[in-house]
Design a protein around this ligand. Structure first.
Ligand code: FMN
Length: 189
């Protein structure tokens, strides 16, 4: 279900959560790859950043099209197994999402598809890219957001115990995944 701009920020909470980034190449073929380090860098307008390897399909597609969709992943063993499948070094012409049994849905404003199995989706257009040391940093601006109905409350707010966003600890962390659990209210000043 499409979310109005007043509900976009909630999809970018936690400030970094495991996503599958979908992109398309110039011929419109879909690519999917997981990224744990996708960080909110501005609230208004809502902007997020990530880095990718310069030789990756994600990098080539974002450089070519200026668009990407962040598909937010829930802490579910079945879904996380599929996420890991999308990360294997498949040939460029393979659509990892379909191969991993994930269901593409057309995005609302851009070409890279949303993935049905993900709890929410942020559609971004590139603000800027910078290459250095074999990495490419991508900063994007959100142009549409949506979430699965079963993860939304009465005011279209995300219900965290349904969404169950994920932190990925990486290879040095034993390739483990932790649910990002219930927030504890506490004054920060
Ligand atoms: C759970 C998970 C999280 C990952 N997070 C990142 C990340 O934050 N940054 C990164 O550069 N690669 C990350 N990777 C590795 C990329 O997904 C991987 O290099 C992928 O093959 C790139 O695919 P592409 O060539 O289709 O873009 C992650 C892999 C997994 C399994």
């Amino acid at each position: 279900m499409e979310l109005g701009p007043g509900n976009w920020l909630a999809v970018a909470r936690p400030t970094s959560a495991l996503s599958i980034v979908t992109t398309v190449d110039v011929e419109g073929r879909t690519n999917a790859a997981p990224f744990a380090t996708v960080v909110r860098v501005n609230q208004e307008p809502l902007q997020l950043a990530f880095t990718c390897g310069e030789g990756s399909d994600t990098c080539a597609n974002v450089q070519a099209t200026g668009q990407f969709t962040l598909n937010l992943v829930s802490h579910s063993e079945d879904l996380l197994r599929r996420v890991v499948t999308t990360a294997k070094p498949w040939p460029s012409e393979i659509d990892e999402a379909t191969y991993a049994g994930l269901t593409p849905l057309p995005a609302i404003r851009i070409r890279p598809p949303r993935l049905f199995e993900c709890y929410a989706h942020l559609e971004l257009e590139t603000e800027w890219l910078k290459s250095w040391s074999g990495r490419c940093m991508v900063v994007g601006r959100v142009v549409a957001a949506s979430a699965r109905r079963d993860c939304l409350g009465p005011d279209n707010e995300l219900v965290w115990k349904q969404a169950r966003p994920v932190h990925y600890w990486g290879g040095a962390g034993g390739d483990t995944f932790t649910p990002l659990g219930a927030p504890m209210p506490m004054a920060a000043d």
